[in-house]
Design a protein around this ligand. Sequence first.
Ligand code: FAD
Length: 323
Amino acid sequence: MPGIWVYANVSPGGTVEGSALECLTKARSIDPDVAAVALGPGATEAVSTLGRYGARRAFVSDDPVFVDHLAQPPAFALFQLVREHRPELVLFGPTYDSRDVAGRLQAMTGSTLMSNVTDLLAPDYAQTQIFGGTLVVDVALSGPDPKLVIVKAKAFEAEPVEGAPQPEVVPVAVEVPPELRRARRVERHAEAAAGPKLEEARVVVAGGRGLQDPSNFRLLEELAQAIGNAAVGATRAVVDAGWVPYSLQIGQTGKTVKPEVYIAVGISGATQHLVGMKEAKRIVAINKDRDAPIFQVADLGIVADALAILPEVIRAVQAARAG
Ligand code: FAD
């Protein structure tokens, strides 16, 4: 039965990676007969979430082999599944694990793999952006099925379906051969983080070189805390300078965010930064240079010295929330 599949990263407890929910939402708008593939501990628990976002069928296995040995086992299992069921298209989120699986699957299927997809118009027709997001390119995907597509982060919005039925569960019974179990994950490090993830926060407060000194990022943290459900981000300039870790970087070579509100503080607005945040619903910019390019995308621009104005903004937000 052809159709669109979504490869969904899951974790114990049944949490589904946000990008898989975004892919399911997009996929069901093109073809209602969407299937999800979830491999590894938590897959069975994830079925109801997958259904809520549009999966009609869920191929699942809770076997730890799919996470203990990096991407070789899931790519192998996925290959067996696509050979048997022949979907037209498999969508992958942009996470490291998903990209690893997609690349390995392509080597086995010999089909077309397109990455950084910003929109999907049909199972064989996609769009991407080039030149720092200034040009949109249409791409026809040819060659044998399944086409393989890795979407750009936050290209689509995840939306649950009202009253969605439980998906049909198809157990995956693939025996992974010993030669695909040689690489073994020996340890996992979870990054310590307070507050929401940068990619999921409703408000992002981001800082650039205009903050003058790494210690001034404290002001952004205070502002994020005062707002609530907000995360702190940064430009590459300050990441490269070692002020903050790379995990905070937003832009072409960092993360893509799409919050309700993006507050850019001391950020010039280089194309490579804009490409990772310009889809925010509202953009507020604080910059002492009235000609800074960030003001061209800002809904609200404040021409001011960030170090002078931030304490006032923090106090105003705290007062507004208290009252
Ligand atoms: P600057 O450009 O130096 O801007 C600092 C701003 O602060 C200025 O506008 C200044 O007017 C303002 N300012 C100074 N003092 C104050 C003050 N007291 N109060 C208020 N405002 C003040 N960049 C990214 O961010 N993300 C990426 O992923 C990324 N990828 C890249 C990939 C490539 C291949 C290349 C070539 C570049 C990439 N860059 C990326 C770098 C990008 O081109 C810019 O250099 C970078 O975004 C600039 O960071 P910035 O705005 O912090 O610094």
